[in-house]
Design a protein around this ligand. Sequence first.
Ligand code: NAD
Ligand code: FES
Length: 276
Amino acid sequence: MHTIVDRQELTKRDLISLTLEAPQIARKIRPGQFVVLRVNDTGERVPLTVAYRDAANGTVTIIFQVVGKSTAMLASLGVGDAIKDLCGPLGKAEHIEKIGTVVGIGGGSGIAVLHHLLTGHREAGNHIIGVVGARQKDLLILEDEMRALCDELIVTTDDGSYGVHGKVTDALAALVERHEHIDRVIAVGPLIMMRAVTEMTRIYGLPTEVSLNPIMVDGTGMCGGCRCSVGGETKFACVDGPHFDAFKVDFDELIQRNSMYGRDERLSLLTSIKAR
Ligand code: NAD
Ligand code: FES
């Protein structure tokens, strides 16, 4: 069992942060790795990336959006409640070394994943420029934490309610136009955003990595649920990733696969709301 020691509602749109006791995972997990949890004995396995770890206090923090029955159950828990199990760390850790200037681009809830990755790049001595985007001001998460982490942070909102009016790709274009030297771009967010970033960085010739979040079931390479095409080969994001060279990823295929269960997720969420 893993007890919840902190719970925060980050936005009005069901984005929740839970900090859980998990001393072994907190000690071992590296930026980019993820965990799979079950709320109870009969619960489905939910893969989630860790936004922070606190090895000294033995805790990990996950940030998730309520999209279906399981995440709704998770969101209904409070401080002092416990979840049945938490398995991890899973996936490959991001390869981190001192390379120069890293531009981290995060969209929506992807900012939580980006935060952990950039923490590693910062610790390795890199210059960090963060670009974070949300549709509107009150959907933006972790602004203070990102500001503390980055040498420079650019915030965008689609509706112009805060920061630069536009999308993260507009901020990336502005960075390139001001002749910022960029050694690597890391993008985490909706697939459509990662595809748009990749289309730009390909033109600019900027090495780019993305963190993929395909459908996952076991998280250990057994079920094939998370398969994606990278460089013309089938890869399993849970064991071969979740980080990949963005220029090799078949985003169109992934967007199609990820939308397969959208209707079922919405239905299960509605059913669980009605049952409450
Ligand atoms: P969103 O749709 O509100 O978009 C967030 C930002 O991404 C926008 O403000 C914009 O700046 C940028 N963006 C979106 N579409 C774009 C486009 N076509 N071109 C350029 N920029 C674009 O984001 P959301 O609703 O919070 O997204 C959540 C999604 O992120 C979910 O689909 C979730 O699965 C995914 N996600 C991915 C990861 C990961 O590891 N890759 C982690 C967490 C969440
Ligand atoms: Fe089953 Fe990756 S989640 S193979």
